[in-house]
Design a binder for this molecule. Structure first.
Ligand SMILES: NC(=O)c1ccc[n+]([C@@H]2O[C@H](COP(=O)([O-])OP(=O)(O)OC[C@H]3O[C@@H](n4cnc5c(N)ncnc54)[C@H](O)[C@@H]3O)[C@@H](O)[C@H]2O)c1
Ligand SMILES: O=P(O)(O)OC[C@H](O)CO
Length: 390
């Protein structure tokens, strides 16, 4: 995909509606037009990061469209209108200006129709429906996609990663971007790193790196889509385990043990599902670093802690609604999806942490089972009759 994005020689954005005398979005030399599909907590921060860069990079149109799943706020206003009037997502990222070149649109077909760079960032459970709505609605040629979504679906054949779903349904190449990225911290420009996973085309990966990267958000690319995406997906299950440990006041050593066992199961699961997954990916931001930050400060951890403090008597759904106010957990559904894959293959005993987290989430085991059942992860996993060490 040429030409590659270059750093703009244009001056910085200079006013509310114009840059160098041009209206926003009228950067006539630009090759790339970006739409962000999603406008939750991370979706809004992603739009902010991208919008700051499209103003600086000649190859991109200034304007960034952001599809909003429309909702009515308690005062009767539509969220989209408020975002466009105040330049702020008052529900999912209050107090942060997104950039005046971010334009919210509740009509998904309209939001994507001119874009050739699509950024997907919604809770994973909505993506099947979103892909259906997008079929036949995107440009026919030259479209690239990236998924920031941490989650997967389960089909009869096994796990279907969200990037594959996007590729299959929309006929586009899809990279991924994952990492130790608690959105509220990046929103206030605290230093973080992220990993882009790409399949074949390094040039495309580099365009994504330029679109997202800033001095406070350092992005690097690795050729391992499934490894990067499974890291981002599976760490949410580990975070549920870490939250249970916090809710039971078991301390730092126990939490570190859960993180270690969890990382090992992440690696084993990923390599069993996709033998091409690289060991080195687990040392990128998407791997170990995301396990650490999610287990220390993420939403999955927080809701799971509350679940354990309530002795498992209040459901995750109820606690999610109360504590997250519309934001969504991914760990509970991912634990169920992982369990489906494991039980289909008879592998539950090989993944005691993943299995136990799911059983606790659905009330089959008490929160305390997190340490009683997770401790003996086997060193050897049977792969099609031969033993491999992970
Ligand atoms: N928030 C973070 O810190 C963070 C960081 C990195 C990655 N992620 C990942 O990014 C993805 C999106 O997370 P987020 O934080 O932007 O979302 P979020 O948790 O804030 O979820 C709320 C979003 O879901 C939308 N929504 C609700 N019902 C919907 C429906 N029926 N159809 C479509 N959309 C609907 C809401 O409008 C809102 O935009 C997730 O996979 C998450 O794991 C999140
Ligand atoms: O808040 P969580 O648990 O959804 O995690 C957020 C990010 O994925 C951390 O990288």
């Amino acid at each position: 995909m040429a030409p590659a994005a270059e750093v703009s020689t244009n001056q910085q954005y200079q006013g509310d509606e114009t840059r160098n005398g041009q209206e926003i979005g009228n950067n006539v030399n630009a090759s790339y037009k970006v739409t962000v599909v999603g406008s939750g907590n991370w979706g809004s921060v992603a739009a902010k990061l991208i919008a700051s860069n499209t103003l600086k990079l000649n190859s991109f149109h200034d304007e960034v469209k952001m599809w909003v799943y429309e909702e009515t706020l308690p005062n009767g206003d539509k969220l989209t209108d408020v975002i466009n009037q105040t330049n702020e997502n008052v529900k999912y990222l209050p107090g942060i200006k997104l950039g005046k070149n971010v334009v919210a649109d509740p009509d998904i077909a309209n939001a994507v129709k001119d874009a050739n760079m699509l950024v997907f960032v919604t809770p994973h459970q909505f993506m099947e429906g979103i892909c259906k709505r997008l079929e036949g609605k995107i440009k026919e040629e030259g479209v690239q996609a990236i998924s920031l979504i941490k989650g997967m679906e389960v089909k009869k054949e096994g796990p279907c990663m969200i990037s594959s779903l996007i590729s299959e349904k929309l006929g586009v190449d899809c990279c991924v971007l994952m990492g130790a990225n608690i959105a509220n911290e990046i929103a206030v420009e605290k230093f973080s790193e992220a990993t882009v996973g790409y399949r074949e085309d390094k040039e495309v990966a580099e365009i994504w790196v330029k679109l997202f990267g800033t001095p406070y958000f350092q992005v690097s690319a690795v050729q391992d889509v499934e490894g990067v995406e499974l890291c981002g997906t599976l760490k949410n299950v580990v975070a549920i385990g870490a939250g249970l440990v916090d809710g039971l006041d078991m301390g730092n050593n126990t939490k570190a043990a859960i993180m270690r066992i969890g990382l090992r199961e992440m690696k084993a699961f990923s390599k069993l599902m996709f033998p091409s997954v690289k060991d080195s990916t687990f040392f990128e931001s998407c791997g170990i670093a995301d396990v650490i930050t999610t287990c220390l400060g993420g939403r999955n951890r927080r809701v799971s802690e509350a679940f354990a403090r309530n002795g498992g008597k209040r459901s995750f759904d109820e606690l999610e609604a109360e504590l997250l106010q519309g934001q969504k957990l991914q760990g509970v559904s991912t634990a169920r999806e992982v369990y489906e894959v494991l039980s289909h293959r008879g592998w539950q005993e090989l993944f005691p942490l993943f299995t136990t987290v799911h059983k606790i989430c659905i009330g089959l085991l008490p929160p305390s089972a997190i340490v009683e059942h997770s401790e003996h992860t086997p060193n050897f996993l049977l792969v099609e009759g031969s033993a491999e060490y992970y």
